[in-house]
Write a protein that binds this ligand. Structure first.
Ligand SMILES: Cc1cc2nc3c(=O)[nH]c(=O)nc-3n(C[C@H](O)[C@H](O)[C@H](O)COP(=O)(O)OP(=O)(O)OC[C@H]3O[C@@H](n4cnc5c(N)ncnc54)[C@H](O)[C@@H]3O)c2cc1C
Length: 381
């Protein structure tokens, strides 16, 4: 998205899957390949490309690498960067460089590959991507677990981790989120359920059964609602609770501000408490949902009208949300990146010397500042 005058380069026609290497478990793609289409294609070979941003039906792998996109499966499988083995990149002066290779181990020189991962298009234009694949799991089980409050849900997450149970997904919905979707669901969520966890385990069939049983037993005293499915259609019905959420809250508050802070997992209850108090002070509802298993929370400050006073209160609440996340050891963004809208807050997270080191890298690659000017860095005063 250009913020001043400029050119937009579209890579959507660079959409070939160039090679699926079943012996080295890699795939070479052009940047315009749509994430979901790659997953479908490698699935035909019994392979999995795990990163699963909710935008996978339309996001491209070039965008995923540039943003280091994550998704619900990040709890077990990690984010895009953990699957990038190598890149071809066009530098701002037109030179083409190649980084990385198919080797599992490779420590020859600087790791330029991961300098480009998450660089938000500010260092070069990625034109080829070499990705790692993993064997597709034999079975998946999805569970929807309801709790009395967010504290009980947070305790359940810690209990699972302490027992060394590693679900592939742990998503959470707070009480406002539940209220927003209750009427649109094909099943009933009783009123005394004020927090939901959507938990998924995968692996071979026996292990999935064992893990699901262990989770059920571990949480039996705190759970107030429990649904479970292994069949694809039933799993989709459970996922509907999570997928219905974004559109439902956008309808409730068309001018909402959506941020995606992340905190260390153990700090989730503390950060949610801080958001409650920010919400009370701002006089605006704050709806939280997201990836509880990896500490990445989508925080929605609900603005229901296009009103300057509400907008100002929302902006102040956003600053306090970022400050709270950072104070608790977290970050401004778990997966959406800094872009234009968060550049003004960048110095809340990083000190002047650290930002100066990042600017040096930017200048080394792009001395004339022609790639995505205005993104990531705060304006120099
Ligand atoms: C409904 C919805 C749900 C979403 N859910 C998630 C989620 O679950 N997880 C998540 O991480 N994100 C999510 N996102 C954000 C977004 O989809 C991701 O950041 C995605 O990775 C962007 O891919 P894209 O192809 O749309 O990139 P674009 O939006 O086109 O580009 C994103 C940035 O990357 C740069 N870029 C794109 N291609 C290249 C390239 N080839 N070389 C260099 N720079 C490049 C662009 O300049 C731009 O700055 C969501 C977005 C929406 C709208």
């Amino acid at each position: 998205m250009p913020v001043t005058e400029g050119l937009v380069v579209s890579l959507t026609r660079m959409k070939r899957i160039l090679e699926i290497d079943e012996e080295n478990l890699t795939v070479l793609v052009e940047p315009g390949v749509v994430t979901g289409e790659l997953q479908e294609e490698v699935g035909k070979h019994g392979l999995l490309y795990p990163p699963d941003p909710a935008s996978l039906a339309f996001s491209t792998l070039g965008g995923n690498v540039a943003e280091n996109a994550g998704g619900p499966r990040a709890v077990k499988y990690g984010v895009t960067g953990q699957y990038v083995r190598g890149l071809e990149v066009v530098l701002p002066d037109g030179r083409i460089i190649r980084t990385g290779n198919k080797c599992v181990k490779s420590v020859s020189g600087y790791d330029l590959t991961h300098l480009f991962v998450g660089s938000e298009g500010t260092l070069g234009i990625i034109t080829k991507i070499l990705l790692r694949l993993v064997p597709a799991p034999e079975a998946v089980q999805t569970m929807l677990l309801g709790f009395a409050d967010m504290e009980a849900a947070a305790r359940a997450i810690t209990a699972m981790i302490r027992r060394r149970l590693v679900p592939s997904t742990i998503e959470f919905l707070d009480r406002h989120s539940i209220d927003a979707i209750r009427d649109a669901l094909p099943f009933t969520i009783v009123d005394d359920v004020r927090a939901l966890l959507l938990v998924e385990v995968d692996g071979d069939a026996a292990q999935v059964r064992r893990d699901a049983e262990a989770i059920g037993k571990l949480l039996q005293d705190s759970v107030r609602l429990q649904m479970s499915a292994t069949d694809a259609a039933e799993r989709q019905a459970i996922w509907q609770a999570r997928r219905a959420l974004s559109p439902a809250i956008a309808r409730l508050a068309p001018h909402k501000i959506n941020e995606d802070i992340a905190v260390p997992v153990a700090r989730i209850p503390a950060v949610l408490e801080r958001f409650e108090s920010i919400s009370r002070q701002a006089g605006l509802p704050i709806v939280c949902f997201g990836h509880a298993g990896d500490g990445n929370i989508h925080v929605n400050v609900m603005l229901d009208k296009n009103d300057p006073r509400q907008a100002a209160a929302g902006k102040q609440a956003v600053r306090e949300i970022f400050a709270a996340a950072i104070e608790l050891g977290g970050t401004l963004s778990g997966e959406h990146g800094i872009g234009n809208t968060k550049s003004a807050y960048f110095s809340l997270e990083w000190d002047a010397d650290t930002i100066a080191a990042m600017r040096l890298i930017k200048r080394a690659f792009d001395p004339h500042n022609i790639l995505n000017p205005g993104k990531i860095f705060p304006p120099v005063s």
